[in-house]
Design a binder for this molecule. Structure first.
Ligand code: FMN
Length: 189
């Protein structure tokens, strides 16, 4: 698959086959991340692959977050349905990788390190796609909670999680939606 084909055909994947992505495949995919451009060669990215025990802890917490979305006055049964669905949803992501950027130094460095880590994330997503692995970038509340940082060993003083990358082999690929280029491209004299 050439670069343009990967860019155009890649989609966020929400439904995965159950099997996790093998460690060597994960390593190959994330290797693409470290070649992203980054100002002053700060190499600000960190990738944390979430293991089974940690995933269980986070799935429990995710289920509580989902339960808390119940309407005021919802029955215990309705709450439990939301909670169970939340647990099942989190556990259905075969492999989860937290993508983290360094956030130290002045505001410009922080902004540039965040930007570079986003470049790394897209490199990773394209490298994954080129070998049949799908991803969804998620910035849901669980990604930023204190307890999540704690269990993942992320220092909230100097690091920031740009997202969880739900990773696996796609069951279905959503249809792309984009405005035509002409709506966003302009030329000055
Ligand atoms: C910074 C960022 C955060 C995102 N967070 C979420 C998210 O929390 N939940 C979600 O469903 N998708 C999330 N996405 C994925 C977008 O919804 C997705 O990229 C968009 O719908 C376009 O679809 P495509 O990736 O298939 O082109 C995020 C994407 C980016 C770049």
């Amino acid at each position: 698959m050439d670069v343009m084909e990967a860019i155009r055909s890649r989609r966020s994947i929400f439904k995965f086959k159950p099997e996790p992505v093998a460690k060597d495949v994960i390593a190959r995919i994330f290797e693409a991340g470290i070649w992203a451009p980054n100002h002053h060669l700060t190499e600000p990215w960190r990738f944390v692959v979430i293991g089974e025990e940690t995933k269980e802890i986070l799935a429990q917490r995710y289920s509580e977050i989902q339960e808390a979305k119940a309407a005021a006055g919802a029955s215990d049964e309705a709450r439990k349905t939301l909670k169970d669905a939340g647990y099942a949803k989190f556990m259905s992501k075969p492999t989860i990788v937290a993508v983290v950027c360094l956030q130290d130094g002045d505001d410009i460095k922080k902004r540039e390190d965040y930007a570079a880590t986003c470049c790394a994330a897209q490199n990773v997503a394209l490298a994954a796609w080129a070998e049949g692995v799908g991803m969804q970038w998620s910035t849901g509340p669980i990604t930023l909670e204190d307890n999540t940082y704690k269990v993942l060993g992320i220092d909230p003083e100097t690091e920031y999680t740009i997202g969880f990358f739900y990773t696996g082999y796609p069951v279905e690929v959503p249809q792309p939606r984009r405005k035509p280029l002409a709506e966003v491209l302009s030329w000055t004299d």
